[in-house]
Design a protein around this ligand. Structure first.
Ligand SMILES: C[S@@+](CC[C@H](N)C(=O)[O-])C[C@H]1O[C@@H](n2cnc3c(N)ncnc32)[C@H](O)[C@@H]1O
Length: 344
């Protein structure tokens, strides 16, 4: 995927332009907007074409039913803008879509895709070093901007990553108008209603680690990684790094309760089985190979130095091999996706 191909994919329905409120800069005058487009971000953007990204379809249907002309939707944790692209393919009236994300690498790809589309705006949630927290939504899009508040907020494939959920939901409540809707989806919630046999998609990463550890312990070709594997203190550090990328799963009820405590009414909760193809899931895990198997070859964040190219090749081999071992003779596996509809 290249910058040109990101632009070429945009065959969006023509629609009247949207007028953002006076004083609200659609593209802020920030350094990140002038940075080159990052390959890691472009790699994530290709995931939008994966079969398991059908997970967005229920949210898209909800937005199309609820978003009226002239209204504002905030896509919180918008990533590279995959949801925005899919919405703009379907919406032929004037709306404002504010993409908010914590990653300059991802947001920069979204800017590349939608820079010339007046309907799309961008805000970065900066990491405030001294306060050890991310900026809140109300700090980057003040509640006064969209009087009487934004109409819809979406958060797709991201809520499980929020380390400070209560504060995040409180900031959503302050920016949404009374009666405004939040549409949430995640494949990383423990949902007691989903059919037996469905995977929590990130749980495959722990299994890949188990299988890879077994291979490294047995096969002479991977001998060089055994010292780390046998060092439990070092492995614990790599485990922590993994947990930052593929965070431990929380139960659905934890989210329902957090929304209620933030003043939302949880209107509807449902789940959907989403099929993930193994080759596509491998592609995603390759992009995040450091988060999956950092102990193979080491990591800047743990050992202080990057892995060699050969070690990264071994990682990728071990990830692919382990997925094939985990799902022998299969080309896909079923996953559980959960959806929450909440009213402010
Ligand atoms: C798996 S991506 C999903 C992106 C997009 N919503 C989609 O469905 O394609 C998760 C996104 O959450 C963002 N993110 C991670 N931690 C976050 C946090 N604590 N608060 C807000 N966003 C966060 C990341 O930058 C990333 O863009």
């Amino acid at each position: 995927m290249s910058v040109t191909s990101v632009r070429d994919r945009l065959s969006l329905v023509h629609s009247p332009e949207f007028t953002w409120p006076g004083g609200f800069e659609r593209i802020p005058d920030d350094d990140w907007t002038r940075q080159p487009v990052d390959q890691f971000g472009l790699n994530y953007d290709t995931v939008g074409g994966h079969g398991w990204y059908k997970n967005l379809e229920p949210t898209i249907a909800q937005v199309l039913a609820a978003l009226e002309p002239g209204k504002v939707l905030i896509d919180y944790s918008s990533g590279t803008g995959i949801l925005t692209r899919r919405l703009l393919e379907k919406i032929n009236y004037s709306v404002g879509l504010l993409n908010v994300d914590a990653s300059t690498k991802f947001l920069r790809v979204a800017l590349e895709s939608f820079r010339d589309d007046e309907r799309v705006a961008f805000r970065l949630l900066r990491w405030l070093k001294q306060e050890k927290r991310l900026e809140r939504l109300d700090e980057v899009a003040s509640p006064a901007t969209f009087t009487p508040g934004a109409d819809i907020l979406t958060s797709t494939n991201a809520i499980h990553l929020y380390y400070n959920l209560d504060e995040t939901l409180a900031s959503w409540a302050s920016v949404l108008r009374p009666g405004g809707l939040a549409f949430i989806c995640s494949g990383n919630m423990q949902n007691q209603h989903s059919p037996a046999g469905n995977w929590i998609i990130d749980d495959t990463v722990a299994k890949v680690n188990e299988i890879a550890a077994d291979v490294v312990a047995r096969e002479p070709a991977f001998e060089e990684y055994r010292a780390t594997l046998e060092n439990s203190a070092l492995m614990a550090k790599h485990g922590k790094l993994r947990d930052k990328v593929f965070v431990p799963v929380r139960p659905l009820d934890f989210y329902v309760k957090a929304f209620e405590e933030a003043g939302f009414t949880v209107l509807h909760v449902f789940d959907q089985t989403i099929t993930a193809r193994i080759d596509e899931w491998y592609q995603l895990l390759s992009t995040y190979n450091e988060g999956v198997l950092s102990w193979v070859g080491g990591s800047e964040k743990v050992e202080g130095g990057p892995p060699s190219n050969a070690a990264v090749r071994d990682r990728l081999f071990l990830i692919r091999y382990s997925l094939d071992k985990l799902f022998p003779g299969r080309d896909s596996f079923p996953c559980a996706w959960s959806y929450l509809t909440c009213r402010r």
